[in-house]
Design a protein around this ligand. Sequence first.
Ligand SMILES: O=P(O)(O)OC[C@H]1O[C@H](O)[C@H](O)[C@@H](O)[C@@H]1O
Length: 596
Amino acid sequence: MPFRPSHSLLDCELLNLASAFCQLQLPFFFIPLVEMASTTLICDTQPWKDLKAHTEDIKKTHLRDLMNDKERCESMMVEFDGMFLDYSRQCATLETIDKLYKLAEAASLKQQINRMYSGEHINSTENRSVLHVALRAPRDAVINSDGKNVVPDVWNVLDKIKDFSEKVRNGSWVGATGKPLKDVIAIGIGGSFLGPLFVHAALQTDPEAVEFAKGRQLRFLANVDPIDVARNIAGLNPETTLVVVVSKTFTTAETMLNARTLREWISSALGPSAVAKHMVAVSTNLTLVEKFGIDPNNAFAFWDWVGGRYSVCSAVGVLPLSLQYGFSIVEKFLKGASSIDEHFRSAPFEKNIPVLLGLLSVWNVSFLGYPARAILPYSQALEKFAPHIQQVSMESNGKGVSIDGVPLPYEAGEIDFGEPGTNGQHSFYQLIHQGRVIPCDFIGIVKSQQPVYLKGEVVSNHDELMSNFFAQPDALAYGKTAEQLLKENVSQHLIPHKLLASYEHRVTVEGFVWGINSFDQWGVELGKSLATQVRKQLNASRTKSEPVEGFNFSTTTLLTRYLQRWRYDLSEILEIHGNLGKKMIIPPSSQMHTHV
Ligand SMILES: O=P(O)(O)OC[C@H]1O[C@H](O)[C@H](O)[C@@H](O)[C@@H]1O
């Protein structure tokens, strides 16, 4: 059993809260709920063994020499629909790539992709199909799940979103006091937050989208930290605000508490009946939506064949983004993603961008032993791309057992991190230059959303940015002494939809080759159940002074300290939270002092 030590702690003396928390990263080893199978692992196949042996040749080769081979570099460039991928700076020869194709064959990659598109239950531990590609399929496409074409259902919801968002935007759907709803707070976390935030950030300065968003605001409330509530509602008026509660399950603790908090914010200001006009929902669980008090007519469905982290193209992203930018803008986004879906399904591997990206990741992680990957978009509009891909990749492929429950004797999964260039250059690039070898994805855009060219300057501002984009990869590849690697990806225009779909499929390719289930997340579930135990303890200690029990020494100490350093009784809680409209809407800074 692998032991994964973790640090704990944190001392918030800074805020004078003196609370101690710890980040639990328990040593656990989860065996999915399936019988242990005696299936062959990919590492037992000949192509895997050949690649292992081949790493010795690669270690003797310097990237500088590889870069001098024009023919090699030319074969490592691929173009599709406005995207240009150059992977010539990978520590790989043409022989490596050939061996990776053989590995893909041994992993039945083509067949696995086909199984996904044909709706087979490839998420076997949850017994579900994986069909986020259906979310952006054209209206006349046929994609079956359990013998039923799901595309008409997808378009029913899209049509409903179009209709609703137009009503809100043109003022025919108004708030309880008759005022138009110009501001939207989308509550959600994880997959119900990161994708929509990424796309929102990408569209925020898009010249066309800007026009459609005039006079409107879209905010995201994810963290259960009440500071996030305070920041979200700061400056907003409940009378002109629409709250969209986004949760696949409609049970996620953080989201539901935030939803109850904003329900209180609305009803304490406008009366309980105002909720019907000011709150709508996106979920697969319409029963719980109704129970919460949101009219199911004001709920937008999606389906269990959409994984949370793959849900941005469902109502999860489409509803808030359509409210902000109008449905036509979002529809273009869906079309862009769909173009990559078709490319992924049908292009031969040597021209298939997600397949190439995925195979190279497997090469870097499992053969060259590089556990991390930096995602470096030279575009501020893509500032939320790395955080989104972090979830897509790390929640999908952060697994230690095969899909059949066999412990993996090789590393799988990647540590993803990133920042837009050039900010990252002034932060962590030093380590990449001289410290550790980190494969990097450099993402550049040909045309800026917001060009500036100052009179008297040598180059335009975007060219200045792109000078760095072109310089850094070569500095890494050639270096002075050290060997580094990376790949570049240049897009003609800002194409977040195509990047999104390419990276989603890349993660899928990796999972298929590693032989893991990229579509479940049992580790996260364990964390949730432990939080339930802590929540019960906090309540028992606060309300009945019960001692902390049932935890290990470390957690008991931290919890006891936390409880002792900030005590309150029930009447105080009611005083603070009971009248949200009046007492909680205070600036975050003064709120902190009030509570200390
Ligand atoms: O959309 P929800 O059901 O509220 O879930 C929100 C998030 O919860 C968990 O963290 C899951 O691991 C994520 O995949 C999911 O996106």
